[in-house]
Ligand binder design. Structure first.
Ligand SMILES: [Zn+2]
Length: 204
């Protein structure tokens, strides 16, 4: 199908010289057009990343910092798209480690990153940030059971959903403070970020 070449071509002309490879994994035959063949899809947002990055690199200056965060702080926060941590907290490039996941939950993997952050890269303070309107507020552990029914295997991880936002922040602080792996647990503070006002509310 000719209109398919419009989709495949940009994927290899950037790299030059290579034989065309069907990255999308379809065998396209003239007599059996695939359902997606009719429309010329918009470029992926990730294609835009590549363009934006070229522009970014033009003005980029290596600040000469090493890997240790200047403010010796790690922020654990939800991955929510409305939460711009650097702007909301007045952080600059190089200031902090940022660990994000669904909910800003303190999982074993969060502890893994915190441990490396403190023991290998010199951070001391930990700020935990949950937020109003979190996607995890509506979920239950039924999510896992439904997932198991659909795909035939139960995920290893807990969904870590919650109904009590403040309570969950307290539980996260507790998990950090009781971790045997961390060097510094004296400056651990938790907050709820309000996605409507942009304000942090500290949880005690
Ligand atoms: Zn969230």
């Amino acid at each position: 199908m000719l209109h398919h070449t419009g989709r495949i071509r940009p994927l290899h002309t950037h790299h030059g010289g290579r034989n065309p490879i069907s990255v999308i994994g379809m065998t396209v035959t003239p007599d059996r057009p695939t359902p997606t063949a009719a429309a010329d899809p918009a470029p992926s947002i990730i294609d835009r990343f590549i363009e934006s990055n070229r522009a970014y690199a033009v003005d980029f200056r290596d600040g000469g910092m090493d890997a240790r965060p200047v403010q010796k702080v790690t922020v654990v926060a939800c991955m929510d798209a409305r939460l711009d941590l650097f702007a909301a907290l007045g952080l600059e490039l190089g200031d902090a480690h940022v660990i994000r996941n669904a909910g800003g939950v303190v999982t074993d993997d969060t502890i893994r990153s915190l441990t490396i952050s403190q023991r290998a890269l010199g951070t001391r303070s930990i700020a935990l940030i949950h937020h109003t309107g979190c996607g995890l507020l509506g979920l239950t552990e039924d999510f896992r059971r439904e997932l198991e029914l659909e795909v035939g295997q139960r995920p290893q991880w807990a969904v870590e959903s919650f109904v009590d936002l403040d309570g969950d922040v307290r539980q996260s602080m507790q998990r950090v403070r009781t971790s045997p792996f961390l060097l510094h647990t004296d400056d651990v503070r938790g907050f709820v970020f309000d996605v409507h006002t942009g304000l942090l509310r500290e949880i005690h």
